[in-house]
Write a protein that binds this ligand. Structure first.
Ligand code: SAH
Length: 342
C-alpha cells in the first residue's frame, strides 16, 4: 500500500484519475490528511465507495504518544512518539514570542558520533519517512493545541544524511493546502556534510541553514565532531560562504559552550577570524549535560567574556534561551532513557 501522506496534491490527483475519480477530490483528501485524520472513514465529504477504494490502495501513517513532558518553567513540551515499527523519536514544542516552534527529528538515531550529543549513542537505526516527519508536526500541533508557525530540523538525526526524505517533507509541510508553513520559518541544522550543503544550495530554498560548528579550528573540531575528519573547516567554510552569498540568507552557526574545551579567549578570537565578513550569526548554546558524556557547561562569566570578544570583532551573537531544562529537552535524551529502561 502507498503511504498517502507522503504524496503531494498533484500526485494524489494522478492516482485518483487512474481510479476514474475527479481530480478535485485530491485537494479534499490532502486537506483531511493535514487535519490529522487517521482513517479514510473520517473523510465525510467522500462517498462510502470511494473511501473503501482508497483504503484498499493507500495507508495513512500515524504516531502513538509514548510520553509527554511539560516544563513547569516555560511550558515547553517534549513528546516521545512511537513509530509504526516500534521505534521512537522525540519532538519538542517551544513557545516563543515570534510563534510556536516545533523541533523535529529526521532520523531514528544518528551516525555522526558527536562527542557531546545523546542522539548518536547507539548509532543510526533508520531514516524517517517524509510522512513521519510531517506527523511530528501534525501530531504536536493537534496534541498541544498550539498552532505551529516555525519548524527547526534540530532534533534527533542528521537531516542532510536523509536528504531526499527531508526535501519531500519540506515540500509537503509548505504546501498551501496542507500545513502551509512558510519556508522562511524553517531552519535546517547540519553537522557539516559539505556535499549536502551544495545539494541544498542547488534547491534555492528560502530556509535558514544552521551549521553546528562548536569549534573554530580543525584539531579541536575533529576531536568532538568526527565529521570534521571527513570535511574539514577548509571545505566547510567555503561551502557556507557560497551558501550565504548565493541565497542571501544569513547562516546561523551553533556553538555549544563546553566548559574548558571550546570557550577560551583564544577560541573566541579564532571563531571571529573564521567568520569574518560573512553574512552570519553565532548562536551560543548553554550545553545540556548528558550523563554519558564528560562535558560540562561553561560558566556564565566565561560565556559573557566569549560574547564580548565576538562583539568587539563585530560578529553577530546571541545566546540560545534554555528552554525545557527541567524535562531533558535536549535532543535524544528522552529516547535514550526509554532505550535504557527496556
Ligand atoms: N545533526 C544536526 C541536527 C541536530 S541539531 C546537527 O548536528 O546540526 C541539534 C543541535 O544540538 C546541534 O547543534 C547539536 O550539536 C546540539 N547538541 C547536541 N547535543 C547537545 C548538548 N548536550 N548540549 C547542547 N547542544 C547539543
Amino acid at each position: 500500500m502507498r503511504d498517502i501522506k507522503a504524496m503531494l496534491p498533484e500526485e494524489i490527483a494522478a492516482a485518483l484519475a487512474e481510479m476514474g475519480q475527479p481530480k478535485y477530490r485530491a485537494k479534499q483528501i490532502f486537506q483531511w490528511l493535514a487535519r490529522g485524520v487517521t482513517s479514510f472513514d473520517e473523510m465525510t465529504n467522500l462517498s462510502k465507495d470511494l473511501r473503501a477504494a482508497l483504503s484498499e490502495r493507500f495507508s495513512i501513517s500515524r504516531l502513538e504518544m509514548l510520553r509527554k513532558q511539560v516544563s513547569a518553567i516555560d511550558g515547553t513540551i517534549k513528546y516521545l512518539w512511537q513509530l509504526s515499527d516500534g521505534n521512537a523519536v522525540e519532538t519538542v514544542v517551544m513557545h516563543y514570542k515570534h510563534g510556536n516552534t516545533v523541533c523535529i527529528s529526521s532520523q531514528v538515531g544518528c551516525r555522526q558520533g558527536c562527542a557531546f550529543c545523546a542522539s548518536t549513542i547507539g548509532g543510526l537505526i533508520r531514516n524517517l519517512e517524509p510522512s513521519e516527519m510531517l506527523d511530528e508536526v501534525l501530531y504536536s500541533e493537534r496534541e498541544s493545541g498550539s498552532k505551529i508557525s516555525n519548524i527547526v530540523l534540530m532534533g534527533i538525526g542528521e537531516p542532510l544524511d536523509n536528504f531526499d526524505n527531508v526535501m519531500r517533507f519540506l515540500e509537503l509541510v509548505t504546501c498551501e493546502n496542507g500545513l502551509n508553513i512558510s519556508m522562511r520559518n524553517i531552519s535546517l541544522s547540519t553537522c557539516g556534510i559539505v556535499p549536502g550543503i551544495y545539494k541544498l544550495l542547488d534547491k534555492r530554498l528560502q530556509l535558514t541553514l544552521s551549521i553546528s560548528l562548536h569549534a573554530p579550528y580543525d584539531e579541536l573540531r575533529s576531536k568532538i565532531m568526527p565529521i570534521n575528519r571527513r570535511y574539514s573547516l577548509d571545505e566547510l567554510m567555503p561551502a557556507c560562504r557560497e551558501y550565504a552569498k548565493v541565497t542571501s540568507r544569513r547562516i546561523s552557526f551553533e556553538y555549544a559552550m563546553l566548559g574548558g574545551v571550546n570557550d577560551s579567549d583564544e577560541c573566541a578570537l579564532k571563531l571571529a577570524a573564521l567568520l569574518k565578513g560573512m553574512l552570519c550569526h553565532v548562536n551560543l548554546i548553554p550545553v545540556n549535560e548528558v550523563a554519558e558524556s564528560p562535558y560540562k557547561p561553561s560558566t556564565p562569566e566565561r560565556i559573557e567574556r566569549f560574547i564580548s570578544i565576538l562583539e568587539k570583532k563585530s560578529i553577530n551573537v546571541t545566546v540560545r534561551r534554555k528552554l525545557g531544562s527541567d524535562i531533558d529537552a535536549s535532543c535524544g535524551q528522552l529516547r535514550l532513557r526509554k532505550i535504557k529502561e527496556q
